[in-house]
Design a binder for this molecule. Sequence first.
Ligand SMILES: NC(=O)c1ccc[n+]([C@@H]2O[C@H](COP(=O)([O-])OP(=O)(O)OC[C@H]3O[C@@H](n4cnc5c(N)ncnc54)[C@H](O)[C@@H]3O)[C@@H](O)[C@H]2O)c1
Length: 242
Amino acid sequence: MTATPLAGRVALVTGGGNGIGAAVARRLSAAGAAVVVVDRDGAAARSVAADVGGTAVRADLAAPDGTRTAFARAEAVHGRLDLVHLNAGMLSGTPDLTELDEARYRAVTGVNIDAVVFGVRAAIPALRRAGGGAVLVTSSIAGLTGFDLDPVYAMTKHAVVGLVRALAPTLAGQGIRISAICPDFVDTGFLGPHRHLVTGGPVLTVDAVAEAALGELAGGESGRLLVLRAGGEPTPYVFAPA
Ligand SMILES: NC(=O)c1ccc[n+]([C@@H]2O[C@H](COP(=O)([O-])OP(=O)(O)OC[C@H]3O[C@@H](n4cnc5c(N)ncnc54)[C@H](O)[C@@H]3O)[C@@H](O)[C@H]2O)c1
């Protein structure tokens, strides 16, 4: 597939205040795109947006209103939207379902699943208005494997893999590509107090993940699930026929 030049494009990155999202926002800006940085952490979003000369939007994406606000703001400020990286996410933080309280469950499914569904729903008309574009979802290696350290997180990341696979053919007919990155552990603050869940071994840098993300946004094959591992080349994951 031919790569779309990123210069002059308008991109929206969720969870753009920290970690992978912040690295993607910086790379997009360096490639000449205007970037809308969306995060519930308003100070972090403002800081990254200031660095890249972009627009910050503070929004809790676990609620549909958060997504609506972010997309409306992007088009209001920049007049169009071409690229969307639905990247915000969190862990449930426990391997033990009996320890999972309902508030945490709603928060995790709210950002890891609902925000992706509502984000794609908001992206489709916006990208159509721009004449086409690309949506990238941050899933995880836990979206392809049985990640016993956090089964609810694994469930949410499997869910968005299914959404990407199912939507790709339909969206292709509308000039919209959708794909997902599935990284192994990445060196961000994501794990926080749950860092003990990492059992050792190399971790990806945010730059390696951001480089792969830009490749997908610029010209990834629709429906692709790109596995990212420390020290390895990005590799498309292929399901066995059912
Ligand atoms: N770090 C890893 O090891 C790893 C591995 C695979 C996949 N991922 C995925 O990568 C994505 C980014 O994670 P990261 O490692 O950069 O983590 P991070 O914690 O550094 O960044 C995540 C960002 O998302 C924001 N966010 C969380 N919930 C939100 C909500 N409801 N509304 C708006 N913003 C919200 C946070 O404020 C934060 O800025 C996540 O989807 C995560 O599941 C991370």
